[in-house]
Design a protein around this ligand. Structure first.
Ligand SMILES: Cc1cc2nc3c(=O)[nH]c(=O)nc-3n(C[C@H](O)[C@H](O)[C@H](O)COP(=O)(O)OP(=O)(O)OC[C@H]3O[C@@H](n4cnc5c(N)ncnc54)[C@H](O)[C@@H]3O)c2cc1C
Ligand code: FES
Length: 281
């Protein structure tokens, strides 16, 4: 069992957990993830390691309640335990001094981009962060992002905070202003990552995205997470999750992620119903 040291909501439906996992805290690198099972008979949920404290022996994960398992996890509090935490998994982010690096996060993607943005800063890059949310209340990790940025921008779709518009509009403005950008990292919903790739492609800017296919074992055995990159099949759990954005088949990724939509909805509805019956709605 893995003990939860702290658990706080960062925004509605998005919770940050610090979990005791000393071996993972020691080994993990930016861009890697864990697979969590909330209960011993539960589903396997991949979650990025947002941060770690090797001295304390803890890792940080930031979880958006998307369906049954993540909502079940987000009901846990400090002092509770999680059945399984396996990792670190995946290939670490490729970090070097590119020059000027832009880190773009959309929604909970900001939490996934944070460790890599921090590592890019530590490697000597001039780091620009653009973090987008639908509205002010959903803006994540503002202080943490500022701390690892030379320039930090917040965008909101409804204009309630920061720049009024999408992250891609802000990126396009930066490019149009003549700023030389050497590297872009984009993590968020599939349409956002595709849109960023479309903005940077004509300028030949190296762009990396972190893909979120459905994962099961996380060790390259089941084939569940296969994605098409440069017309080749790759397993995101071991070959990724980060890939060259200009070579990713985003349509194939979106189609595959919809395969279990019906079952996911049924499981989510049954969970909500059970919570209401037990007065936890
Ligand atoms: C490498 C990786 C890192 C991730 N990091 C984070 C993170 O740091 N924070 C965060 O909030 N979310 C993260 N996710 C997404 C998270 O894993 C899914 O939201 C979660 O699995 C949904 O499970 P559920 O039962 O709550 O929802 P469900 O209702 O089962 O599914 C909701 C949606 O989540 C996706 N999903 C479902 N099952 C899986 C699965 N086994 N593997 C991957 N995606 C699935 C599907 O697209 C689905 O439509 C990451 C995904 C990957 C692949
Ligand atoms: S999750 Fe099974 S091969 Fe990647």
């Amino acid at each position: 069992m893995y003990r939860i040291v702290s658990a706080i909501f960062l925004a509605e439906n998005i919770k940050k957990f610090e979990i005791e996992a000393p071996m993972i805290a020691k080994k993990r690198k930016a861009g890697q993830f864990v697979i969590v099972r909330v209960e011993s008979n539960g589903e396997r949920v991949p979650l990025t390691i947002a941060d770690s404290d090797p001295e304390k022996g803890t890792i940080t994960i930031i979880v958006q309640g998307a369906g049954k398992s993540t909502r079940e996890l987000n009901r846990k509090e400090a002092g509770d335990s999680i059945a399984d935490v396996v990792g670190p998994l995946g290939t670490p982010s490729h970090i070097e001094n590119f020059g000027t690096a832009v880190s773009i996060g959309g929604g909970v993607g900001t939490a996934i981009a944070y460790p890599t943005a921090k590592a890019l800063k530590e490697a000597g890059n001039y780091v620009i962060t653009i973090n987008g949310a639908r509205t002010k209340e959903l803006v994540l990790l503002e202080d943490e992002m500022k701390a690892c940025s030379d320039e930090a921008y917040i965008t909101t779709d409804d204009g309630s905070y920061g720049y009024n518009g999408f992250v891609t509009q802000k990126l396009q403005e930066l490019i149009d202003s003549g700023k030389k950008i050497d590297f872009v990292l984009a993590i968020g919903p599939i349409p956002m990552m595709k849109a960023v790739a479309d903005v940077t492609r004509p300028h030949g800017i190296k762009t990396v995205v972190s893909l979120n296919p459905i994962m099961i074992d996380g060790t390259g055995m089941c084939g569940g997470c296969r994605v098409t990159v440069n017309n080749e099949i790759k397993f995101a759990c071991i070959d990724g999750p980060e890939f060259d954005a200009h070579q990713v088949d985003f349509k194939n990724l979106a189609d595959r992620n919809r395969i279990y939509q019906h079952e996911e909805k049924e499981a989510g509805d049954a969970f909500e119903h059970a919570c209401k019956l037990h007065g936890q709605g």
